[in-house]
Design a protein around this ligand. Sequence first.
Ligand SMILES: Cc1ncc(COP(=O)(O)O)c(C=O)c1O
Length: 393
Amino acid sequence: MTAELKSALLDVYKRMPVKIVRGQGAWVYDESGASYLDMYAGHAVTSTGHCHPHLVQALSAQIQKLVFYSNAVAVEHQEEAAALIVDELPSPLSRVFFVNSGAEAVENCLKMARIATGKQRIVGFEGGFHGRTLGAQAATGLSKYRKGLAELIPGHTFVPFGDATAVAVALAAGDVAAVIVEPVQGLAGARTAPPEFFRAIRALCDQHGALLIYDEMQTGFGRTGSFTFAPRYGVVPDLMSFGKGIASGLPVGAAVTNEKVAATIRPGDLGTTFGGGPLASAAVRATIEILRSEGIYAQVASRAPRLRQALSVFPSVAEVRGEGYLIGLKLHGTAASMQRQLFDRGVLTGTSDDPAVLRLMPPLTLNDEQIDHFLEQFARAERVFRETSKVPS
Ligand SMILES: Cc1ncc(COP(=O)(O)O)c(C=O)c1O
């Protein structure tokens, strides 16, 4: 026995120096009771805020009746949750397959695309991120995340994000089942592309008989001020992957598609033990009910521009990227040091794969008063950041 306390956990996460034990709305609290404004939302997950009363009520009611039963039977809340999602989606997206995480949702989209087209290759984008399981990792354009076995998985081509000509070349090589894109590349620093790029890749996919997959893990469920990024610019994908905010914090993902693709999927082609269990489905259902009843999309659409505009005037901010409440702040300095300054002032934020981009992904319920509080703390943090990073005023 050693006197030293050794962690039994595998050391894979760079963690903020705090343990969060309680949350309410946009606020979280540590063991000592100290409060933090959560501009990170547990990585864009707690979409309806922490412990929303409607979510708590729905989960409490379900957990007392039945925690779990598998898809061997009809599962309570699952049909209703899927119907609510479909109701919010642009036509012709109409079918939902529930899974347990974002990566799994991506994997099932890739699989459905291969089944539906009979083709194998996947075209992805430099800077894209789709998850840590092997198939999702293999489709990830950020090369450092492909390290390990995913590099050995054949059939993946990566082209620059925003470059429709490169997509055309990749499709012309043949055998492409799908083009997969994050409409706003989150991990790459909330980067997006112009409308004509999205229209062009839609047309190119149709021309070459490939399917278009939108990975809406971060953009979906209201974060950009509408349910999903699609049908922005008149573009609707054939498949869509969801996770993160879909269940306000329960581990849920969903792969969504249209009738044409669904018609090619047979019983047994896809499956999962836990996906869409009663508790998970109750959480999805409650999340959409909250988004609707509180008019959250409109709130994000109206509040986010003020926050983005206010941030853009700070001398340390080179650019405000992203859409709605998916914000990438390109800084004149390192995001990790701004993150620390904000943390010291009771604000949680995220970094990104770009060392200069700080990510803000608050609960979608973030209100005007909380925005004011954040901007006050940001102004204080930014003054120190400016001095230490030697940013001209
Ligand atoms: C765009 C995107 N796709 C997929 C994933 C993977 O989701 P999960 O970590 O739930 O597997 C993430 C996670 O950060 C993501 O941002």
